[in-house]
Design a protein around this ligand. Structure first.
Ligand code: PHE
Length: 456
């Protein structure tokens, strides 16, 4: 087929730009807020092992699949899928993957923005202590509940975060992202490593390592733990909602897709594990309930260390600011696919499309804001609004979207097409990838979903 060499929305300037943008999408709150608390709730080691299995068997092959589908189509995910389905003589219903991606992106960004707001708020609070001379923000548990019980404060920071995200998307993603990610993300990683170093001095590092890496084999048979692990792999790698597909559309054909996907997957998983090694020793040192986890785990754990460390508050400001940047580069990738679609479809200018969508996300985000206070009692299947959005997206919609994407890449896209896109891979690696997207990835998702329904 004839393939476009450029996209209407701009192109990445280099291989490193694409790696940075995609790593920017993958590394975010998912690694530093979500991974630790879900790990705690699922009992540690066995969960971490399942998570790694899912990253390798489903995540990496799927990341490649999304990149090459996007690059083949060069449009927003919905139009890309429609175009490729037409060319392959397949049904246009495959574009539903793109539609579900838009929906999930919308859902995820709405709560993501509120949690990212917490990081901005913490950065601000610690900044204030630098001048007031206060030695602590207060008891970490109460500080967290004071913040989450105040809908106005939550809304303020949610609005600020969303505005920052919308700003970059309005400019066109390749402009704003490259600079931010190149310098700030490695810095965040360095700060995490220092926290790991701090953890080593607490005397509870071994306990944390054991908790994270020594599987409790009885849990391996638990279907729900598998589902949570798979959901976390999808969420953390930004897969299953066509975000990476949207970024793939801006990837020049001269840049090899195979090695880039591998680098991004490795970076994302590495950051999650290091975040675990940074946070759990602190949790054990202060006898926090690691079994309970809870959505505020990272935010109620780290302040213990920041209060105890030399220059801890200065450090905290840097840490929460950098975490906000990591969240920001992920938020951008959540907003980009729907914006690209609206620009193509309705002929809207980029800023107009951004304004429209961000307004919708903002309103939906109020549901999350209120789920921590005024609407805390509103529950469905025992989950409040925020939990419902998070659970439905990461444990159900992302895996389903991912399964469909893998099937599309393996069975609908012709072998010649995918081979051409993956020409950087040696024959054995290409063959392996094809088996993975055709059989293994859809199979794993199917089995995990089946397992949790109790059929297995
Ligand atoms: N991967 C991001 C994180 O871990 C979140 C995200 C999910 C971004 C899905 C885009 C798409 O923070």
């Amino acid at each position: 087929m004839k393939t476009d060499s450029t996209s209407l929305h701009g192109m990445w300037s280099s291989k490193i730009a694409f790696i940075l943008a995609t790593t920017g999408s993958a590394v975010g709150l998912g690694n530093i807020w979500r991974f630790p608390y879900i790990t705690a709730e699922n009992g540690g080691g066995a969960f971490v092992l399942m998570y790694l299995v899912c990253v390798m068997s489903v995540g990496l092959p799927l990341m490649l699949a999304e990149i090459i589908i996007g690059r083949r189509g060069r449009r927003s995910p919905i139009n890309t899928l429609r175009l490729l389905a037409d060319e392959m003589g397949a049904h246009r219903a495959w574009a539903l993957i793109g539609w579900s991606g838009l929906l999930v992106g919308f859902m995820v960004l709405s709560f993501y923005s509120v949690i990212a707001g917490w990081t901005l708020s913490y950065a601000f609070e610690y900044f204030v202590t630098l001048f007031s001379g206060a030695s602590t923000l207060g008891d970490p548990g109460s500080v967290f509940s004071d913040l989450t019980s105040d809908p106005w404060r939550l809304t303020f920071w949610h609005t600020l975060f969303l505005a920052l995200t919308a700003g970059v998307v309005a400019l066109g993603v390749e402009q704003g992202l490259e600079r931010g990610v190149k310098i700030l993300m490695p810095l965040l990683f360095a700060l995490l490593l220092v926290l790991v170093g701090y953890g080593m001095t607490t005397g509870h590092f071994g306990e944390a390592v054991e908790f994270l890496f020594k599987p409790d084999w009885r849990r391996v048979a638990d279907g729900r733990v598998w589902l949570n692990a798979m959901g976390q792999a999808f969420f953390s790698l930004s897969l299953g909602m066509a975000a990476i597909m949207a970024y793939g559309a801006y990837l020049p054909r001269t840049i090899p897709a195979g090695s880039t996907a591998f680098t991004v997957g490795l970076a994302d998983t590495g950051v999650a594990l290091v975040a675990g090694l940074a946070i759990f020793p602190i949790a054990f040192t202060y006898s926090l309930d690691t079994g309970a986890g809870g959505v505020g785990f990272t935010f109620t754990t780290l302040p213990h260390a920041f209060d105890a460390m030399a220059f801890g508050h200065l450090y905290a400001v840097a840490f929460f600011l950098l975490l906000s940047v990591a969240a920001w580069t992920s938020g951008i990738s959540l907003l980009e696919p729907p914006v690209a679609y609206l620009v193509e479809r309705a002929g809207l200018s980029r800023p107009k499309a951004v304004l429209l969508l961000a307004a919708g996300v903002w309103v939906l985000g109020l549901g999350t804001v209120l789920s921590f206070n005024v609407w805390a009692h509103i529950k469905l299947w025992n989950l409040n609004i925020q939990e419902l959005l998070e659970y439905a997206s990461s444990n159900l919609l992302l895996p389903l979207g991912g399964m469909a994407t893998a099937i599309f890449a393996g069975w609908i896209l012709s072998r010649a097409d995918s081979r051409e896109e993956l020409s950087d891979l040696p024959p054995w690696a290409y063959g392996l990838w094809r088996v993975m997207v055709r059989w293994v990835a859809p199979g794993v998702v199917f089995l995990v979903l089946l397992g949790v329904t109790g059929v297995l």
